[in-house]
Design a protein around this ligand. Structure first.
Ligand SMILES: Cc1cc2nc3c(=O)[nH]c(=O)nc-3n(C[C@H](O)[C@H](O)[C@H](O)COP(=O)(O)OP(=O)(O)OC[C@H]3O[C@@H](n4cnc5c(N)ncnc54)[C@H](O)[C@@H]3O)c2cc1C
Length: 570
């Protein structure tokens, strides 16, 4: 039987990142992936090779933001393995029904100038709003880059700038209380507190909702980060599509001696005497793991489907019930629409410029429009009477994705996983059918055509994927693209549950990584990197603690110097 130090279940980008760090530390690793290609929700695929040959699509993630908050790309030298990022600027375009439009450029100052065309007060307020959220981001980045329960690691990530921004937010008691109050409020309340114009409020609400919360949800104001991060560090896409990231990671892992096997669905994690010792595939084949098994599937799949119930109960008698009933995966999911186009959409009612298509194109007419886009799916209704959506035309900035002169269109539309009143019918009993998918997609395209009328005739072919089909393809529970909800009660040291939040589990040698662990879903590689750190801390406690403590001392010295430098400048 083949034997490795570590076996990773799944070969999404987080498992690949985790494997690369373990290989660098000298552990032999095997990644077992159920699909025929690695990457998970980070792939590029020719979705319609017959109707639209030569068009390449990213069926899931498209815009890379969070990965630029951490050191994964540099530390793993992914440029050497072929990864090249194309930065977006402008970063957001949102046409408004009254003819105005929100155009966010990467520079906050230039964005304020765009807003000032319509409202000078809102423009000034935008600078203030962004200043707050940028300092907030600076404060949380060190936390994203460390295991949520590791204070030494966290401290090591703070530099002078982070400290200064943290102090500016936490300073006197009233400021600290105000920060806590802001954290407890909703995106909607906060946006109303700052701004007057709907053309600006609606796209800000839409982006806040990218963490899949309605704008009115209390304790979700941190969704404002989704706009703040588009300014700094910015938003980029790998040349060749999102899959180019996974391909670079695959080359890196293989170069370091790691092994990746595709078409290998794992059926069971083997536990012996309370310890994870290997895995069994659906075809019965077994692989042994000498040092550990790491699952990049979320806690529900890992503990409820892959491990024998008696083994989980022996480790923690309450765990199965808590995983089953406490972890929330709401009903909101995505109908994904990918189109091959003969020409790029033209927003003729809104001063169309090709550069408007560089970033995220949002159809969000008002905050109420965005609200319904989230609340309807939650109760099983499809909000397709007046669809709000998020579109991207990736081929505008990366012509390698389509035949010359042609384009690709990526649309994300929030829909329910389970359709109300249709339980037990359609795909996986969710109520979704081919006919329904097409009907909803027609409505989404019609709405987009209200703004870009040429889009309908430009469609050469389209590919639709409903939530249960996404679940079938990459395994995500209820089509949840973040593995589990990104709400404050399921973030940081609560993700996925307090007792599982530091990547280790009550089962010896069994670890969790992936979007269902801190800091969560999206393309960041940070769950993978953090998990590898914890694994190494467990296996090489002295060496790793000395290394981490050394980093902390260096960082503290650097912070003090930075603070002195900035004080002497001011
Ligand atoms: C439609 C959509 C749009 C998105 N847009 C963005 C975006 O623009 N920007 C962004 O940052 N994020 C976006 N995301 C989210 C992001 O793609 C994911 O959160 C992220 O890719 C998760 O990566 P992961 O490695 O943790 O998990 P996954 O990518 O889910 O990887 C898990 C892997 O495990 C495999 N697997 C499952 N079960 C088994 C098994 N039993 N045995 C072996 N292998 C198994 C799967 O096939 C998969 O390859 C989007 C997601 C979706 C679905």
């Amino acid at each position: 039987m083949e034997s490795y130090d570590v076996i990773l279940i799944g070969a999404g980008h987080n498992a690949l990142v985790c494997a690369a760090y373990l290989l660098k530390a000298g552990y032999s690793t095997l990644l077992l992936e159920k699909r025929s290609i690695p990457g998970g929700a980070a792939t590029t695929e020719e979705l319609m090779p017959e109707e639209a040959p030569g068009f390449k699509f990213s069926p899931c993630a498209i815009n890379h933001i969070f990965i630029h908050l951490g050191p994964v790309v540099e530390e793993l030298q992914l440029a050497k393995y072929g990864l090249e990022y194309i930065w977006c600027d402008p970063v957001v375009f949102c046409p408004h029904p009254d003819g105005k439009y929100f155009l966010a450029r990467r520079s906050i100052e230039e964005t304020c100038q765009e807003i000032a065309r319509y409202n000078t007060r809102d423009a000034a307020k935008y600078a203030e709003y962004m200043d707050f959220w940028q300092r907030f981001v600076s404060m949380v980045v060190p936390i994203f880059n460390s295991p949520p329960k590791s204070l030494v690691d966290m401290a090591g990530n703070f530099n002078g700038n982070n400290f200064k921004n943290m102090l500016s937010l936490l300073g006197p008691a009233n400021e600290t209380l105000d920060l806590i109050r802001t954290a407890l409020t909703s995106p909607r309340d906060q946006i109303n507190e700052y701004f007057d114009s709907e053309f600006l409020k609606a796209p800000l609400a839409r982006l806040s909702g990218e963490l899949s919360n309605p704008p009115s949800q209390k304790a979700a104001s941190f969704g404002a980060m989704m706009m703040a991060l588009r300014h700094n560090p910015g938003m980029a896409r790998p040349k060749g599509g999102t899959g180019a990231l996974s391909e670079a990671l695959v080359r890196c892992v293989q170069d370091l001696g790691g092994k990746i096997l595709t078409d290998r669905p794992v059926k069971q994690i083997l536990i012996d005497d309370g310890k994870a010792v290997g895995v069994r595939l659906t075809n019965g084949q077994e692989y042994r793991a000498k040092e550990g098994v790491i699952s990049s599937l979320d806690a529900k799949r890992s503990f409820l489907h892959l491990i024998d119930a008696s083994d989980v109960d022996r480790a923690d008698s309450k765990l199965r019930e808590r995983v089953d009933r406490r972890i929330a995966c709401h009903n909101e999911a995505i109908l994904k629409i990918d189109c091959a186009l003969s020409e790029a959409p033209r927003f003729i009612h809104h001063n169309h410029q090709d550069e408007f298509l560089h970033g995220s194109v949002l159809i969000a007419d008002s905050m109420d429009h965005v609200e319904l886009a989230h609340t309807d799916p939650e109760i099983g209704r499809i909000p397709d009477e007046n669809p709000s959506m998020y579109a991207v035309v990736p081929s505008v900035t990366d012509p390698t994705l389509a035949p010359e002169g042609k384009h690709t269109l990526w649309i994300e539309f929030f829909v329910p996983y389970d359709i109300a009143g249709a339980k037990g019918t359609g795909i996986k009993g969710t109520g979704w059918t081919e006919e329904l998918k097409n009907r909803v997609a027609d409505r989404v395209i019609n709405k987009l055509a209200d703004y870009a009328p040429n889009v309908k005739d430009a469609i050469i072919a389209r590919h639709l994927e409903s939530p249960p089909e996404l679940e079938e393809r990459i395994g995500v529970v209820k089509g949840n693209y973040y593995h589990l909800d990104m709400t404050l009660d399921q973030m940081m040291c609560f993700r996925p549950l307090p007792e599982l939040a530091n990547y280790g589990t009550p089962i010896e040698n069994f670890y969790l990584t992936g979007a269902g662990t801190h800091p969560g879903g999206s393309i960041s590689g940070l769950p993978g990197r953090n998990c590898a750190r914890v694994f190494l801390q467990h296996k090489q406690p002295i060496a790793q603690t000395i290394k981490d403590a050394g980093n902390t001392v260096v960082s503290a010295a650097k912070s003090t110097l930075d603070l002195f430098k900035s004080d002497s400048k001011s």
